[in-house]
Design a protein around this ligand. Sequence first.
Ligand code: 13P
Ligand code: SF4
Length: 346
Amino acid sequence: MSEESMYEKMKAKLANVVPDVELRYKAELAEEIMRLKKERNAVILAHAYMEPALYHSVPDFTGDSLGLSRDAAGVDADIIVFCGVRFMAETAKILNPRRTVLIPSPRAGCSLAESITADDVRALKARYPGVPVVTYVNTYAEVKAESDICCTSSNAAAVVRSLKSDKVIFLPDEYLAKNVARETGKRIILPTLHPRKNPPPDSGVEYEMIGWKGRCEVHERFIVDDVKNARKQFPDVLVLAHPECSPAVVKAADYSGSTTAMVRYVRASNAKRFLLLTECSMGENIAAENPDKEMIRICSIRCPHMNEITLEDTLESLRQTRYVVEVPEDIRVRALKAVERMIAIG
Ligand code: 13P
Ligand code: SF4
């Protein structure tokens, strides 16, 4: 593809989202990435939170955590460049270890993945013996390796329902756990490391889900007033909240679902205006695909980790074969079981 046609392709989608002068510069980068992808026999997977110029130019696959995991498993190219955060790139390596997996920035972490260690999971298993452990994919491989099954935001309730157990340990996102508890009708407790002698009535012994105190540093900052204010200003607005938002925010919203579920919801809806309570870039990506619909977004709240990944870094990643994601084999094979079990549920 010529430089002009990459620019034209991007302009067709992004003219109202990215200023033209920036678009021309980004199209040059994208053009070079496309050339290198062919030369290196590489594919690019990109999460829905990538900046619009990246998301709408170089990826072979785009989607949410679950969709990208499935896509990664089927890749037969030599190199996978994962434009997303580290836990996602690790999941790709877990599922497809013969490929070289690259992440464009070594700083693309995640507050949820940082919130829990394998030792924490082992301690919980010792405290609640025999209770199955469901782990959100937003965790590192060592934590997945200690788990029975993983889940993403799009299949968390289905995963919990699939377990033939009246109790589950659900880690590490406190809000996702509470939202799933509400959806599946289960009671949840958040254990402290030192159990109280006299637990308060609401966290007594009749729990069915055991959670953890992890939070997404982006979604935890949306509040019910954001929803109320948007409804006051735009009475026709439909509010979409990611399940990493607090249960109060999810309850106040019209719809809650994974990033791909939100994309599909907007596409299928006849409404003209949406408030997206999730990473701001995603609003821009959806706006680019739905020019007749308005996306209201709160761009003062950004994911610093997802924002680490740029077209510039992606280009350097391919040029220099950096940064290679490795998972020790003994951890990988244990983590694989939990991830494959999740994928089988869908
Ligand atoms: P999804 O699985 O919905 O894409 O979410 C991933 C994520 O990190 C959201 O913050
Ligand atoms: Fe992690 Fe939240 Fe960023 Fe998603 S948005 S990568 S959960 S910090």
